[in-house]
Design a protein around this ligand. Structure first.
Ligand SMILES: *[C@@H]1O[C@H](CO)[C@@H](O)[C@H](O)[C@H]1NC(C)=O
Length: 271
């Protein structure tokens, strides 16, 4: 069972993600106070009290629906026009993190214990049972799935050990649906969390929660295979990230609370 603080962080991240993180580009001025408070006024809460610890959302525009996977095992969707919440498919699990919806209408779920799952009308299929602590996933237009493993050393319940150890145990991976094979694209992330594809699919952005930054991994072009800075010095630990319609990204931030005296050390670690 994950510590309550982690669940709260997940919930907070979810809330932030939907409701008030302004889209940022790599050069954006972040969370300036006026922007922050003015967008707060327009918040609407969806499904309050009806969803058990959802960690991520994914919108299917043509269905007008918002999908999520809750800790009660239900993959649900919320029909926006009439505000109806539908329990779609049930999985015998309570260890879901990130999700994405696919072109075909399936939902890909990161289950930190069972691996990478595909949920469709037909049922649940485990795409890769060998990966643990998967955190977020995105589908490319060729059907490939890019996903993160936050820590190959620790479990979600031990996330604080990963933080305190301060070593990069995170990975970016790719699942090829034709070959039914997973490959590690890059290692050495400080808690790889959210992952998003750029609009042109030339790169993916990976959030590194413990470093308060996001990195860019090039999939195509002259810089293919290289990992570079995307945005640094975020005002919190980045959690999930989604592409916005204009090509910028929405990033959910985790407020990291530290006990007296630890803050300086953490800040040093971030340098
Ligand atoms: C909400 O809309 C969907 C179709 O978009 C429909 O199938 C469903 O029955 C509606 N639910 C309610 C409670 O009206």
């Amino acid at each position: 069972m994950a510590p309550i603080s982690f669940l709260i962080a997940c919930l907070l991240a979810f809330t932030l993600e939907i409701f008030f993180s302004p889209p940022v580009s790599s050069s954006a001025s972040l969370l300036s106070n006026s922007k922050y408070s003015s967008s707060m006024k327009d918040l609407i809460k969806l499904g309050e009290g009806c969803v058990n610890h959802p960690e991520d959302v994914s919108v299917v525009v043509r269905k007008g629906a918002l999908y999520t996977a809750a800790r009660d095992g239900w993959v649900k969707y919320f029909i926006l026009h009439n505000e109806t919440l539908v329990n779609w498919k049930h999985i015998d699990s309570n260890t879901f993190l990130g999700i994405t919806t696919t072109e075909e209408g399936d939902v890909i779920v990161c289950d930190t214990e069972k691996g990478l799952l595909k949920v469709s009308e037909a049922g649940v299929e485990v795409l890769d049972p060998d990966v643990r602590f998967t955190n977020d996933v995105i589908e490319a237009s060729d059907g490939s799935l890019y996903f993160t493993v936050s820590s190959k050393k620790y479990t979600p319940a031990e996330y604080y050990k990963d933080l305190v150890e301060g070593k990069p145990h995170g990975q970016l991976l790719k699942y090829d649906p034709e070959l039914e094979e997973t490959t590690v694209l890059h290692e050495g992330f400080y808690f790889a969390n959210g992952v998003a594809l750029s609009k042109d699919e030339n790169f993916v952005v990976v959030c590194e929660s413990w470093k308060f930054r996001c990195r860019r991994y090039w999939l195509k072009g002259p810089r293919q295979g290289r990992l570079e800075s995307f945005i640094e010095h975020l005002p919190g630990g980045p959690d999930n990230i989604n592409l916005a319609p204009d090509g910028s990204f929405w990033v959910a931030l985790i407020k990291v609370y530290v006990i007296d005296g630890m803050q300086d050390r953490l800040l040093k670690q971030r340098e």
